[in-house]
Design a protein around this ligand. Structure first.
Ligand SMILES: Nc1nc2c(ncn2[C@@H]2O[C@H](COP(=O)(O)OP(=O)(O)OP(=O)(O)O)[C@@H](O)[C@H]2O)c(=O)[nH]1
Ligand SMILES: [Mg+2]
Length: 200
């Protein structure tokens, strides 16, 4: 389901977790990797491709892909429309449980990222940072960035957390899935249960 305006959103009925972040940071790719889908959310080389709120139904929950922010050369009108749509969703959506704030690990905590975290703190929403494209850095450099971002988040709001992530290298999928499972009170994945009972 897609919505171009706040009023077009489906009924505010089941818990939702939304992916938000700078354009091109890797939100859609992260959703696809976490859900083990090739093309659930559309991935694009053109920044700003996702201009709608896209909602994906799970059992009794939804994942939401929000349009990205911060790409250059956008007309003011488009930026205002983005602010109304994403700002409205993050600040008013009743069933929103938390935001997965997706940041390119090479450019974390931009001004608009911090704005998102402020909206979360203001409403008491959960927030978890995915530092994506970790495959672009060495293991040590990625770890250092994670430590620095974790320290900044802790100073900002003790309930916020961060992790490294890579869609192509499949880094951090389980940590991200565990967050979503907790926030949305999802049933553990069937595959996980089967593996566990096999081990017994
Ligand atoms: N190396 C690497 N590339 C990635 C990763 N995640 C995404 N990409 C690439 O980054 C580009 C943007 O990915 P998207 O998932 O479309 O990013 P998005 O945040 O949804 O972008 P918008 O919808 O435009 O806001 C694509 O070329 C992806 O293949 C990652 O973890 N590592
Ligand atoms: Mg996208």
């Amino acid at each position: 389901m897609s919505a171009a305006r706040f009023a077009q959103l489906p009924e505010d009925s089941v818990p939702e977790a939304a992916f938000v972040g700078r354009s091109n940071a890797g939100k859609s790719s992260a959703m696809n990797a976490i859900c083990q889908q090739k093309s659930l959310a559309r991935v694009s080389k053109t920044p700003g491709r996702t201009q709608l709120i896209n909602l994906f139904d799970l059992q009794n929950a939804r994942l939401v892909d929000l349009p990205g922010y911060g790409f250059a050369q956008v007309p003011i009108k488009v930026r205002d429309a983005w602010g109304a749509l994403v700002g409205g969703y993050v600040q008013k959506r009743e069933t929103l449980r938390g935001l997965i704030v997706v940041m390119d690990i090479r450019h974390p905590l931009t001004e608009l990222d911090v704005q998102m975290l402020e909206w979360c703190r203001g409403r008491g929403l959960k927030a978890h940072v995915l530092l994506t494209k970790a495959d672009k850095l060495s293991f040590g450099a990625a770890k250092n960035t994670l430590l620095a971002v974790t320290a900044e988040l802790a100073a900002f709001d003790a309930s916020m957390s961060a992790q490294t992530f890579s869609s192509p290298d499949r880094i951090g999928l389980d940590v991200a899935r565990a967050k979503l499972t907790e926030w949305l009170q999802l049933q553990p994945p069937v595959v996980g249960i089967a593996a566990e009972s096999l081990a017994e």
